[in-house]
Ligand binder design. Sequence first.
Ligand code: MN
Length: 383
Amino acid sequence: MERLPDFGAQHGWDRDYPTYSDFDLPTYVGLPTFMNLPWLPDPAELRRRGVDIAIVGAPFDDGVSHRPGARFGPRAIREAQYTSGSIHSLQLRNEPFEIVSVVDAGDANIVPAWLERGHAMIYRKVREVAASGAIPIVFGGDHSVTWPAATAVAEVRHPASIGIVHFDAHADTAPEDWGVLGGHGTPMRRLIESGAVAGRNFVQVGLRGYWPPVDVFAWMEAQGMRVHFMTEIEERGLDAVVDTAIAEALDGPEAIYISVDIDVLDPGVAPGTGTPEPGGLLPRELLRAIRRIVAAVEVAGLDIVEVSPPYDQAEVTAMAANRIALEAISALAAKKAAGRRIRFEPAPGVAGKRTEGGVAGLAVEAPAAAPREAAAARDRRPE
Ligand SMILES: [Mn+2]
């Protein structure tokens, strides 16, 4: 009988080679989850495993006023790093993934061109993650995603309240964007109007440029919002401003939700964004601020938004966003290693509310009832 050819042996391809887990492989190999972490979209599984931190994608940019593309942000942020396995933070001298349990909980169930449904799906996804006790780190998406995301976190934390520290070049407190209540110029007003966050605990850092107009600032002042302009950072330094921001956000609430619009960075170091404004922070300054806030306060959630890969160069903007998440995770790991609690246990009944059941269950529940045209009409109806 003719012997089967063994080309493997002939070429030496049958010798022993080491193989690696998905987590330890280079991040360009395999599925593009954040840091090669497990893709774990099931909220029941998040709770069962006691996950500390969960990445959530909000690939949505139907709310942009000018340059689009932020729908591609979550994937770009997940991909923009070239280390893998048990990384070592040289800033905090720890190996965060050895200390905290982090997974990639997947994306909200987004379809294009349906603003109202997109916000509903982001609210449900973030709510089910937060209700599992994990801290959600949300990758946007345009800044309108902060409206449903922070609302979900505020609801899960109820009756405790949250403060918000919001890094941005812009205030995002418009009454409406060309008649649309859910545009990315409006989310901070929606959060305050609804009562999700008190105006006096809404703290903005890094504002500069030429927006918003005088009447919008008058509304912000009437709400008691605290605003720290870039000029104040230039004069007092970012450390001092961040210390003030923490005290203001926690003037009543017990925990802080951090919202980072990547355009708080200077467009020279972060060009991949929809509405760039010259004169911003350096990544070095922003990463330090994130480490300091996370170390000092109880973190209820974090979002990183407005990364628009089509306008990016050499991934620099996506990498900055990726590192904001990594710095927050490393700082949370330092707290856990020091014996401090980072997970949150919601009150009984919170987890079982209507959003429980995973994305598959939501997909059948959502589109059937609400005709697209009616939803669109509601989107466009001014107050
Ligand atoms: Mn913004």
